[in-house]
Design a binder for this molecule. Structure first.
Ligand code: ZN
Length: 342
């Protein structure tokens, strides 16, 4: 599964505030928040699928008719139904939270925590309702994912949700916000804030990322928990890699000299995992290299589901650089085993 970064859909320089599918502190800070495990126990829908849908829902633009309450704490963030879906299309009571009446009018709203209310701002109620909706598709995960196909009618959306679910399932937690600096710090490197500077090698009009200069072969590391969404040659980027993190951020690495052993599309990665090596590939046909000094071009992108934009990696790089590094080396030759993948 690849999501090509297309220049035409990108907007540069917009500020972005991170959305989190889960709150810090309280029950949401558990490895698997209780509203997910409880919904799984009741409906059989796997918690990781519910969490994957929530991360996707929280980080993308909600469809028409879905409102997100302002100034609410984090637990409300996640996949949401329209008010009509929640309470039933012909339910005459505005913003109804009466579970019985909602049921009577065929609404999807549910009372997950049995407090007598079906309130979409309560994550127990919201997640239970989502789980019941997916369970209507059938008992198997394929059938439940099929509900998402029919709902989104968008291949990228469904693949994203299931890929995120597999990442959560692999690590057994949704607490995967850790970040790491993308270059092995034992090697010499340098970078400065070049956001928006004109670039000398053609390509996009402004520079959407940070260039980290280092010698050929310096190890390039995963910044996040996530998976390899894109890998291969691109005329400008050379040998490049795109990572999708567990919170639906996209990290773009370009100009590598080579990839680390066992790194391929779909593998699940963690912070500090070696992905490849610094080089100067790009600006020509596959294999072209040496047209500029070796460096890692590093970019960060978010998307709303329909639109994608870059934001400045520099301040984050400075932050990550201060943290101790745990390097996860590639397997030795002959010791490759099947990598976990989405
Ligand atoms: Zn660059």
């Amino acid at each position: 599964m690849t999501l090509a970064l297309t220049g035409s859909t990108m907007l540069s320089g917009l500020s972005f505030s991170q959305t989190q599918a889960v709150p810090y502190g309280g029950k949401g800070s558990q490895a698997i928040p209780e509203w997910y495990s409880q919904a799984q126990a009741t409906t059989g829908v796997h918690w990781s699928l519910l969490a994957g849908l929530d991360v996707y829902g929280a980080s993308t633009k909600p469809p028409v008719g879905v409102s997100r309450p302002k100034r609410q704490p984090h637990p409300v963030v996640g996949y949401r139904f329209t008010q009509a879906e929640w309470q039933g299309l012909f339910n005459p009571v505005q913003d109804d939270i009466n579970p019985m009446r909602i049921g009577l009018f065929g609404g999807r709203g549910a009372d997950g925590d049995k407090d007598g209310k079906a309130d979409q701002n309560d994550p127990y109620d919201r997640v239970r309702a989502v789980a019941a909706w997916l369970r209507h598709g059938g008992a198997s995960e394929d059938e439940q994912v099929n509900v998402l196909w029919n709902h989104f009618e968008n291949e990228v959306a469904v693949q994203r949700v299931t890929a995120l679910a597999h990442v959560f399932r692999h690590f057994g937690t949704i607490q995967l916000s850790e970040r790491a600096f993308p270059i092995h710090k034992r090697y010499s490197y340098s970078y400065r804030d070049t956001w928006g500077e004109g670039r000398s090698f053609g390509g996009r009009r402004i520079h959407e990322g940070t260039d980290i200069f280092a010698g050929y072969g310096a190890p390039v590391l995963s910044t996040c928990f996530g998976y390899v969404e894109l890998i291969g040659w691109n005329r400008l980027g050379g040998w490049r890699i795109g990572l999708r993190s567990a919170d639906n951020t996209y990290f773009y690495y370009a100009h590598l000299s080579s990839y680390a052993r066992s790194v391929r599309q779909g593998i699940i990665v963690r912070p500090g995992q070696v992905l490849g090596y610094v080089g100067s590939s790009g600006y020509g046909k596959p294999g072209t290299s040496g047209k500029f000094p070796p460096h890692l071009h590093f970019g960060i992108y978010r998307d709303t589901g329909t639109r994608e934009w870059a934001f400045d990696p520099y301040p984050l790089l400075r932050q990550w650089e201060r943290k101790p590094q745990v390097i996860i080396s590639p397997p030795k030759k002959g010791e490759e085993k099947e990598r976990p993948s989405i």
